[in-house]
Design a protein around this ligand. Structure first.
Ligand SMILES: NC(=O)c1ccc[n+]([C@@H]2O[C@H](COP(=O)([O-])OP(=O)(O)OC[C@H]3O[C@@H](n4cnc5c(N)ncnc54)[C@H](OP(=O)(O)O)[C@@H]3O)[C@@H](O)[C@H]2O)c1
Length: 667
């Protein structure tokens, strides 16, 4: 779609920088300063204009991008709407709510699209934070601290006049305000506000609006927020655009409400009584560019839609700014019109298990799985292993690491009655700060001694966990052993007693088996689904031949197959077989094969990428559409393992890792 840029200053350069490779083309550039207009037009091959009326007459671009200075936005937008153009405006949409709302009404009347920056509420860090709020991590949110330290514009901007005229609210304040409105909906009242004119005497240019503003805002549906917007507190003060959101059950910290990129520490969650844990992104994310908002708007217009939601939010945000100024001058409270602003729809959950089983013909969410042809269930890219067993024969308590995993944003917990800690996990699931049940994927396993008592075992596990149903319930192993009674709370028993129970021996010291075929065990598992105690079923530690037996005997194939998988043992045939049938593969013990993390091939790729060998192994699984479930008791590993969900290997790197396959691997 062809665009006309109006305004050719610093921000226009940022928009123009992303034009190459975008679906947008620049037909014209208009700026009252002929030098700026010509410079940008020459660089982009567009026509230059110095007068908007002429530009609108001579350039038939359907979309105008308004990149003028703050005070000119509203009049330029109005002129362009009057000329029948769709408009994307830099923020603020106007300098007061009524003018901004009139622009929205004008666009609506004439069937035109009107959009407004910033796009940051849609950027990855803000979406991650929004998801955490929607998952109920914070419980009821009571309080927000929001900072907008725009800094001394006279220091860092080549033409600070526009900023100095409007003050820090309409520029920097817009970022935290837009994020908060996108999460909590509109502000109802400005309770109190205070303004300062503090400014260094030596500066030749002074702000004509207050240089520093503090206000307390009450959201219609949520917290009270204290907002500080300042030109006086220096640019990049410790809290630049930081947001602290405090709820009954925990706190969220977003280090930059105006960020277009995200990294591992952009968003952190602090459960009540625990330190903040970084919440890394779990999918590959590229930093957004300013032009992304225009490109999205143009795509919607091309689709026949006429978006105005960001403009309505922009109108409300400036109404809040104007109300803060009024409260600062005359005292509060001052009520604020919502101008149609609403909270954004909650981002789609990471976890969306099919509600029904058989999973054929389910919700078709096979997208995370590159090999899938059936309707595979949707799983998070990386899960957390809750086993207490460590390769060196030691048992560890996982409660703290499972809490850290939930805090970091893991959504898949791999549990089992064998691990003996379901009641401890249940305690955590019930604790303040844990995600709501529906945003978690809980996988359970029936132990080998319970193949004839699957229902009893499953009910016991559900009771311990305090949940109604598993998202997936699996056979821990295909082998059936002699029944030993219920296996509850194994973690509370002495190790010897526990091991005697779970590894039963006959009088000759051989394994005490049960005469139950794999087909029978699977049929017993199916009753768990029939009774509504598991949404999907699965099996662990199977060979391809055993998997075929289950598929032939059962009413439907498993939704999930869990096997030990790492570069020594890639299980390529099994993974391919499963993916062709829409069966998801989960890789257990992905990191603990002896010597694996010291393999030179992995170390080399790790060094080239700036990752750790563990991240390479996890990324190798994720790239293949397999979900690794590493366990860890080291807080830093818990976070970096989850972040590996956002890493992908190249074909060349995967080829190098293939050389590690060891067909004799055993442990
Ligand atoms: N279905 C089954 O039969 C079956 C069998 C085995 C396991 N599993 C499941 O798979 C899960 C994981 O398997 P696993 O417990 O055998 O171990 P694993 O995840 O393969 O490895 C855990 C070990 O790796 C270390 N580690 C973790 N992250 C690391 C990192 N980023 N860098 C370096 N070292 C790292 C851990 O040490 P730190 O604690 O110091 O991080 C720990 O020693 C289990 O918890 C269980 O849920 C299922």
């Amino acid at each position: 779609m062809q665009c006309l840029f109006v305004g050719a200053g610093a921000v226009a350069d940022q928009y123009a920088g992303a034009l190459a490779g975008s679906p947008l083309s620049l037909a014209g550039v208009c700026d009252t300063d002929p030098e700026r207009a010509t410079a940008l037009a020459d660089r982009t091959g567009a026509a230059a204009f110095t007068d908007l009326e002429t530009a609108l007459a001579d350039c038939d671009a359907a979309l105008v991008v308004n990149l003028t200075s703050h005070g000119a936005h509203a009049s330029v937008t109005r002129q362009c709407l009057d000329a029948g153009r769709h408009v994307y405006s830099e923020k603020p949409l106007a300098l007061d709510g009524e003018t901004a709302a009139d622009l929205v009404a004008l666009a609506e009347r004439d069937g035109l699209g009107l959009a407004c920056a910033p796009i940051t509420p849609d950027c990855p860090a803000q979406r991650l934070a929004g998801r955490a709020l929607a998952d109920g991590r914070l419980g009821r949110v009571g309080l927000v601290y929001a900072h907008a330290h725009v800094g001394r514009v006279t220091d860092w901007h080549d033409r600070p006049d526009g900023f100095l005229r409007v003050g820090p609210l309409y520029d920097g304040g817009v970022y935290p305000l837009s994020a908060l409105v996108s999460w909590f909906g509109p502000v109802e009242t400005v309770r109190v506000a205070d303004t300062l004119d503090t400014w260094p005497a030596r500066e030749a240019q002074r702000p004509s609006a207050p240089s520093h503003v503090e206000a307390t805002l009450a959201f219609a549906d949520g917290p009270v927020a204290r907002l500080t917007a300042s030109f006086y507190a220096p640019h990049r003060s410790r809290e630049f655009y930081g947001l602290e959101v405090h709820g009954d059950d925990g706190s969220l910290y977003v280090d930059d409400a105006g960020a277009m990129a995200v990294d591992r520490s952009s968003v952190s969650f602090g459960r009540v009584g625990r330190e903040y844990t970084p919440m890394p992104p779990q999918t590959p994310v590229e930093a957004a560019t300013h032009l992304d908002g225009v490109a999205r708007f143009a795509a919607a217009l091309a689709d026949g839609r006429r978006p105005r939601a960001t403009a309505r939010r922009g109108a409300h945000v400036v109404a809040v700014c104007a109300a803060i100024e009024r409260a600062g001058a005359d005292g509060g409270p001052v009520s604020v019109a919502d101008h149609g602003a609403r909270a954004d729809p909650v981002p789609r959950p990471v976890v969306r298990p099919n509600q029904g089983w058989p999973h054929r013909g389910g919700d078709g969410a096979a997208t995370a799985d590159p090999g899938a042809t059936g309707s595979a269930i949707r799983l998070p890219p990386v899960g957390f292993g809750c086993s207490r067993y460590r390769g060196d024969g030691e048992y560890v308590d996982r409660v703290d690491s499972i809490a850290a995993a939930l805090d970091a944003g893991y959504r898949l917990l791999d549990a089992a009655e064998l691990y003996g800690n379901e009641h401890r996990i249940g305690g955590l699931l019930d604790a303040p700060g844990t995600p709501d049940r529906e945003s978690l994927f809980l996988l359970g396993k029936v132990w080998n001694t319970n193949h004839e008592h699957v229902l009893e075992a499953c009910r016991g596990s559900l009771d311990e966990l305090g949940i109604d149903a598993f998202d997936c319930y699996t056979l821990h192993w295909p082998d059936a052993w002699a029944y030993q009674g219920p296996l509850d709370r194994l973690a509370e028993r002495p190790v010897e007693e526990m091991e005697a129970l779970v590894f039963p021996e006959d009088d000759d010291g051989e394994r005490a088996t049960a005469d139950v075929s794999l087909a029978e065990s699977w049929a017993n598992l199916e009753t768990v689904h029939e009774r509504g105690l598991a949404r999907t079923l699965g099996v662990c530690n199977v060979s391809l031949a055993q998997l075929r037996t289950i598929c032939d005997a059962g009413t439907a194939p498993p939704a999930v197959v869990q096997v030990e998988r790492h570069p020594y043992q890639p299980r390529t045939d099994l993974v391919r077989w499963c993916h062709r049938r829409g069966i998801r593969v989960i890789a257990h013990s992905p990191l603990s094969a002896p010597g694996l993390l010291a393999e030179p091939v992995l170390e080399a790729i790790a060094a080239e990428r700036g990752w750790s060998p563990a991240e390479v192994v996890l990324a190798w699984n994720v790239t293949a559409g397999v979900v690794p479930i590493p366990s860890s008791t080291t807080a830093e590993h818990v976070v970096t393992n989850l972040a590996a969900g956002g890493l992908r290997l190249t074909d060349e790197e995967r080829g190098r890792i293939e050389t590690l396959e060891d067909t004799d691997f055993e442990r």
